[in-house]
Design a protein around this ligand. Structure first.
Ligand SMILES: C[S@@+](CC[C@H](N)C(=O)[O-])C[C@H]1O[C@@H](n2cnc3c(N)ncnc32)[C@H](O)[C@@H]1O
Length: 109
């Protein structure tokens, strides 16, 4: 579904220079970076197919403040290394950040 969505969003005529995505409810554990990986894999695949330059990627990992974000952050160096090894120059700049807070809108009162 994620891959289909990326393809639908980014047609050949409308290829972005920047791509920002939020994973709402990323949790902490072995699955934390899975949606991010699938999204990156889809974008790199599309760039290879179409010959477009890879976009700059910004990923916000969101969850409640009680989530153990540090566990996810600690796995980032290995994740970046794996991406570099697997995707090489087909991967553009990629920044992953934590965004603690509820994904539900709340009035600040
Ligand atoms: C079932 S887990 C999904 C974990 C991960 N995305 C996965 O697919 O394995 C749901 C996650 O959503 C988070 N969550 C629940 N309500 C939330 C809210 N209002 N705002 C942000 N995160 C929330 C929980 O803390 C939990 O980590």
């Amino acid at each position: 579904m994620l891959k289909k969505t990326v393809r639908a969003l980014y047609s050949k005529e409308n290829f972005p220079q920047y791509f920002t995505v939020a994973d709402l409810g990323c949790s902490s554990g072995p699955n934390t970076l899975s949606p991010t990986y699938e999204m990156i894999d889809a974008i790199v695949g599309l760039c290879r197919e179409t010959g477009h330059a890879p976009p700059e990627l910004l990923v916000f990992l969101n969850d409640l403040p009680s989530n153990d974000f540090n566990t996810g952050f600690r796995s980032l160096p290995d994740f970046y290394n794996m991406l570099k090894k697997e995707k090489g120059d087909d991967l553009g700049p990629c920044f992953i950040a934590g965004m603690p807070g509820s994904f539900l809108w709340q009035a600040l009162s």
